[in-house]
Design a protein around this ligand. Structure first.
Ligand code: ADP
Ligand code: MG
Length: 406
């Protein structure tokens, strides 16, 4: 599943009305009957609706399904993508779409641009994409690929990620700036940096290590555990020491001295509260991930044990931060939604970036230097042609801005 924004320019406002009708019908119908599509679209006369339906089906935004009782249509991932993109475009959040820079197990990451030319990141949540093929399950909604469930769950993941990113950002955490959320997508600021996974040399591993441990503790002080805190979800920005500006470094050591590494945390759909029943397990796992990675990659082992969940709890009690877990709940991402999403992610095997990766690449340090996340993320063909951020600037695809859709 890859976002191909080209066809969006050729869709008319009627096409979009019909697409939105299929979306609306999907909430209650696994297969949306054609007469219902017509009714929900609010368009008078059948021929316009039929033309739109055939247009949308040709572009694979909806798919025809023959039910036992009737024929109808199902919304495809691409259809939902277009509805979200169209909304972002109308709200002037996204003007053009560039390259895909990442394919995760549960998301696509795409560079987009604002009309000012400023680049942003569009993250499209795709819960269940991989697992529908691989996970054997007895759950009805998975076996039958209920359109309603992947749509709803992917939207919940986007809502959750956006709510947490916003709360974290407002409270001084180093995370991207959340800009907008629509359906199963979020738009955020682009961080001009590579994941820790791709950083081959760190001048002072001890300093970065302790900064990351402090980040884990600081999250806990605000009531949160990231839950997937690892080398893929920490971007490392390289900042020049301002006092060294203008002076060209003569040696590698000098270059190191002038360099400050700033970690930026991303990827929040699996975040949990410190009051979660398995909080300690999640906390320990986050800490262990960093410990293991620093040992393997930078041969760095800290003399200080921990931190433990008990340490984090103590800090939380002695010097409490605002409870962001509670704040997010109040902001509209309810506890019920959190539970639904958690159960679904478990069912579809959405385990995040960390799990199941560490053992397979124990001794391939060489490969790590050139390898990117997406190359090893999974075996889908779209991995092959994901470009890098620099390259994508030259290939931004303008979204259609004709009146017909405005
Ligand atoms: P997933 O849930 O699929 O793991 P992530 O949010 O972790 O998705 O993003 C996957 C990859 O995309 C990251 O490892 C990073 O390389 C890139 N990425 C994500 N968000 C940004 C951003 N705001 N700026 C720059 N790169 C990003
Ligand atoms: Mg990730």
């Amino acid at each position: 599943m890859k976002l191909d924004a080209k066809a969006i320019r050729y869709l008319t406002s009627e096409d979009f009305k019909v697409l939105a009708a299929v979306e609306a019908g999907s909430r209650n119908h696994e297969v949306v009957p054609t007469p219902l599509i017509s009714q929900l679209s609010g368009l008078r006369g059948g021929s316009g609706v039929n033309r739109a339906i055939s247009n949308l089906a040709k572009t694979n935004l909806i798919a025809k399904v023959k039910n036992a009782k009737y024929d109808g249509y199902r919304l495809a991932y691409g259809g939902l993508d277009y509805l979200a993109l169209n909304a972002h475009q109308k709200q002037k959040v996204v003007y053009s779409v560039g390259n895909q820079v990442g394919v995760g197990k549960e998301s696509d990451i795409i560079v987009v641009a604002h009309s000012s030319g400023a680049q942003r990141i569009l993250k499209i949540h795709r819960l269940g994409r991989i697992s529908f093929r691989t996970v054997k399950t007895n759950r009805d909604y998975l076996r039958h690929r209920h359109t309603g469930s992947w749509m709803y769950m992917s939207r919940l993941a986007a809502m959750k990620e956006f709510a947490f990113m916003k709360a974290l950002r407002e409270n001084g955490f180093s995370v991207p700036e959340p800009i907008a959320q629509n359906r199963h997508t979020i738009v955020m600021s682009l961080i001009d940096a590579f994941p820790l996974r791709q950083i081959s040399r760190v001048p002072e591993p001890a300093a970065l290590y302790s900064e990351l441990m402090d980040m884990i503790l600081e999250l806990a002080r605000f009531g949160l555990i990231h839950g997937d805190f690892n080398e893929f979800n920490i971007l490392i920005k390289e900042e020049q020491d301002p006092s060294a500006k203008g002076k060209a470094p003569a040696t590698e050591e000098e270059e190191d001295e002038n360099l400050r590494l700033v970690p930026v945390l991303i990827d929040f759909p699996q975040m949990v509260s410190v009051d979660h029943a398995n909080a300690e397990m999640y906390f320990d796992r986050d800490v262990e991930c960093i410990k293991r990675y620093f040992k393997r990659k930078f041969h760095f082992v800290s003399d200080i044990p921990g931190p433990s969940f008990a340490d984090a709890r103590k800090k939380l009690l002695k010097n409490p931060g605002k409870r962001l877990d509670v704040e997010v709940e109040a902001s509209g991402f309810s506890r019920k939604m959190a539970r639904e999403l958690e159960a679904y992610m478990k069912d579809v095997g959405a385990t995040g970036d960390g799990e199941g990766r560490d053992d397979e690449d124990e001794d391939d340090e060489e490969e790590e230097e050139s390898g990117s996340e997406e190359e090893e993320a999974d075996d889908t063909p779209e991995n092959k042609d994901s470009g890098d951020i620099d390259d994508s600037t030259k290939r931004l695809e303008e979204l259609r801005v004709s009146e017909s859709s405005a």
